[in-house]
Design a protein around this ligand. Structure first.
Ligand code: ASP
Length: 579
């Protein structure tokens, strides 16, 4: 988690004078009182040593045989809560692993404040507890120092964002949790209304419309650390409830928005990761798809596809004739037959028609295409492996690129890659071929493409951008439609009649009619960003009380059945008297 000094100081109270982790050689000779949890007890006969832990760190306590504290220290169990007082002394054999490793407390008084059951797993960074068990006892899992560091880092990221945004004139405003549906492409969590049976609130998928209304209200620059809810199928590492840093600005261009948030990202990385980020390259969506096959490419790795369709179609390779072909060269690399087959399967699963290879080692060339083309005529820069991927679905390029990075265990060229993707499409095709908003329906089309909204919607670009860090979409945003007629044109194109649009978004259309300023903004996925900064492997490691992949809180036992009376009431609220 790299070189950050967090504030883990502990305020003196009547229970303690110092935090366990804050003691150093300079305090030797002082009378010190600490309080915390027993990490372990080592009884060496003549001496007993106890490691005591609080959020600031770990301190070694020692008592000599024959003294009154000796008997108490020997009897302590793991995770008991104690208070100890004594004189700080220099250790005979320092422990270089611990910041307090040069000192120890020679205990004169000790008191047990509470006992503890034996914890079901080790409260250590390297624990023996499986994740399910740790989630069930999350309060013990969170007691592990590594977890405490992660939540401190999370707090530090949020604090840095708040300070930066305040300096840049943003006002923190809270928006409600019980609202109407805000489309972000996921299912809503619904809350039935008791006072209006048959009606429902939706929990926010994002505060999108409320922040736009704040711009119309003249607040100019807004932010919020907002909890958002999306009832999605729990694919991969997602959480139904997550935290966004949600922002909106008035009277700004896209370039000014990107500049503002580039500054924010730099400041956070400088503060919490001790890193000065390089300039953020900008790629259009089309470029990103053609070169990397992804709208969130991980550019820590330099491998990049080049389109070679016009050359490929002059070659006597039958399966190169009707689709686009892309080339990727990996110097000094080779792949086993098994790897080649695995990547061919991935290519096919992602809609590609073929994946062919060529290897060069010294004077020796091999290729799966030897029966079609003269291998000697191919220009190769040296030893290595080349791939030809034939596909009209560009995401296949990304899937194969990812698999190569993973399977060849490639080392990244740099620790961080941060880039902007711009010029996303405004619309895309839905599952049944219908037109849907590529992001949400409030995004402003690219001014050069507005004329094509009705005639060629899929070619219309949006004033929308994503920030990608190490292959993860960390922030996403856009300029918004602030002219009501333009917003209505988009709704119409999405298949909403005037009446339907008014029924769903009448308040927005009304508000746009009362002097909406040009505005735009974005939202950062705080959980994922903190996960990257913490070097954690899962979102669950940086969310204090996360849910499992199937949406369960194992500690609280949620979701849970409700009692019969609540159930009967619920049916009344749903507008159904009986089951
Ligand atoms: N509301 C968008 C989202 O949650 C972000 C934005 O457009 O500001 O993805």
């Amino acid at each position: 988690m790299g070189g950050v000094a967090y504030f883990c100081g502990v305020e003196p109270t009547s229970y303690r004078t110092h935090g366990c982790g804050n003691l150093r050689l300079s305090q030797v000779g002082q009378t010190i009182r600490v309080a915390g949890w027993v990490r372990r007890v080592r009884d060496l006969g003549r001496f007993v040593f106890v490691d005591v832990r609080d959020r600031s760190g770990i301190l070694q306590l020692v008592a000599l045989e024959g003294t009154q504290p000796y008997e108490i220290l020997r009897s302590l169990g793991r995770e008991w809560v104690i208070q100890a007082e004594g004189i700080l002394q220099q250790r005979e054999s320092p422990n270089p692993e611990l910041p307090t490793g040069e000192v120890e407390l020679r205990v004169e008084k000790v008191q047990v404040l509470n006992t503890s059951n034996t914890p079901p797993f080790l409260i250590e960074d390297e624990t023996d507890g499986q994740e399910e068990l740790r989630l069930r006892y999350r309060y013990l899992d969170l007691r592990r120092p590594i977890q405490q560091r992660r939540l401190e880092l999370r707090a530090e990221v949020i604090r840095t964002c708040r300070e930066y945004l305040r300096r840049r004139g943003f006002l923190e405003v809270e928006t409600p949790m019980l609202i109407r549906s805000t489309p972000e492409g996921a299912r809503d969590f619904l809350v039935p209304s008791r006072l209006k049976p048959g009606s429902f609130y939706a929990l926010p998928q994002s505060p999108q419309l409320l922040k736009q209304l704040l711009m119309i209200a003249g607040y100019d620059r807004y932010f919020q650390v907002a909890r958002c809810f999306r009832d999605e199928d729990y694919r991969g590492d997602r959480q139904a409830e997550f935290t966004q840093l949600d922002c909106e600005m008035s009277f700004v261009t896209q370039a000014e928005i990107l500049e503002t948030f580039e500054g924010l990202v730099r400041e956070v990385h400088r503060k919490v990761a001790d890193t000065d980020l390089e300039d953020f390259p900008r790629l259009t969506y089309t470029e990103a798809m053609q070169r990397y096959g992804s709208d969130k490419p991980d550019l820590r790795y330099s491998l990049e596809w080049t389109e070679v369709t016009s050359w490929a179609q002059t070659q006597p390779v039958p399966f190169w004739q009707s689709r686009r072909t892309f080339w990727l060269w990996l110097p000094e690399k080779k792949a086993s037959r098994k790897q080649q087959e695995a990547w061919q399967t991935i290519a096919k699963e992602n809609g590609a028609s073929s994946l062919a290879f060529i290897h060069q080692e010294g004077a020796h060339r091999t290729s799966s295409l030897a029966k079609f083309i003269a291998l000697d005529e191919i220009q190769l820069p040296g030893d290595g492996m080349g791939l030809w991927l034939t596909t009209d679905k560009l995401s296949a390029l990304g899937a194969v690129r990812q698999a190569i990075i993973h399977d060849l265990n490639l080392t990244p060229d740099k620790p961080w890659s941060v880039l902007w993707i711009v010029d996303f499409p405004l619309f895309e095709e839905g599952e049944n071929g219908e037109l849907v908003a590529a992001h949400h329906p409030f995004v402003h089309p690219h001014p050069e493409d507005i004329d094509r909204i009705e005639t060629d919607p899929l070619s219309v670009r949006a004033l929308a951008y994503d920030l990608v860090i190490n292959g993860n979409e960390i922030m996403s945003g856009s300029l918004r439609c602030h002219i009501p007629e333009l917003q209505m044109r988009i709704f119409r194109r999405l298949g909403l009649s005037e009446a339907e649009a008014r029924e769903k978004f009448g308040f927005l259309l009304d508000a746009l009619g009362y002097g909406a300023p040009p505005h735009g903004g974005c939202a950062f996925g705080i959980d994922r960003w903190v996960m990257l900064l913490a070097g954690a492997r899962s979102l669950r490691e940086v969310i204090p009380f996360p849910k499992t992949a199937s949406g369960a809180d194992l500690m609280l036992g949620a979701p849970a059945p409700i009692d019969p009376q609540q159930h009967a009431e619920l049916l009344r609220w749903l507008g159904q008297e009986s089951i």
